[in-house]
Ligand binder design. Structure first.
Ligand code: FE
Length: 237
């Protein structure tokens, strides 16, 4: 056993170098269903096929998986709109039926998997769980799985860097930004943290690049969580 007492370096930014995907995890309690976004789905073993997901204990999906002992995973494609991620990621199943109005089909055990903007689904039966403080790691053996279509799965980095429209400085296509005028300020959503960048616009909602925040239509909504313009404040420089 190594002695860690001498360790003096703990840079949390190292954690940002871990890569993730983006998934919708669904489960049920009685005849109610719920789903949420998770980035921590991963395969543990191939014989038998086993996956795991880490879910916050405060989430309704956590309660549902505990109750039913089954969960399903829908793998998001890169084409998934921000609004779909926002719907499952920034709303609580305690307030809205998150599956209502969403295109879905049942897995063999009857859990909904999302068919819109997804590449594959999996259904798993709980085989073990690990208490991890704020989260529980649910481990499940696959009881069903299917590929829905070809395409690239959404990664967390793609969601953050590309869907938001910015390009990392390390990218070959990166060009330094010019001095900005006042009306090209970025605005931050107070609810979910999404940043509206006028240089990028909001192509999913038909907002062209170069549209200042105050020129957005009055009914424009945060593409991630659906909040109105009044929930936005100018980004601090
Ligand atoms: Fe938002």
């Amino acid at each position: 056993m190594k002695n860690f007492e001498g360790v003096k370096v703990l840079n949390n930014k190292a954690l940002h170098r871990i890569t993730y995907g983006l998934y919708i995890v669904t489960s049920q309690k009685g005849d109610r269903f719920n789903g949420q976004i998770a980035n921590t789905v991963f395969q543990i073993s191939n014989a038998p096929p086993t996956i795991a997901v880490s879910i916050n204990k405060q989430n309704l999906t956590h309660e549902f998986i505990k109750e039913s002992g089954i969960f399903a995973v829908s793998v998001l494609s890169q084409e998934a709109p921000l609004s779909l991620v926002g719907h499952f990621g920034f709303k609580s199943g305690r307030e809205v039926d998150k599956l209502a109005g969403i295109e879905s089909k049942p897995t063999p055990a009857g859990l909904p998997y999302v068919t819109d903007s997804t590449l594959a689904w999996m259904e798993a039966k709980l085989s073990a769980e690990a208490d991890a403080g704020t989260h529980t790691i649910f481990i499940g053996q696959l009881t069903g799985a299917e590929v829905l279509k070809e395409g690239l799965p959404m990664t967390y980095a793609f969601y953050q860097q590309v869907k938001r429209g910015t390009v990392p400085k390390t990218a070959p296509t990166y060009t330094p930004k010019e001095e900005k005028t006042a009306d090209m300020d970025k605005y931050v959503c107070n609810i979910c943290g999404y940043v509206y960048d006028p240089e990028q616009g909001d192509p999913d909602s038909g907002i062209q690049p170069g549209t200042p925040f105050d020129k957005l239509p009055d009914d424009w909504q945060c593409p991630v969580c659906g909040a109105g313009k009044e929930e936005f404040t100018k980004e601090n420089k």
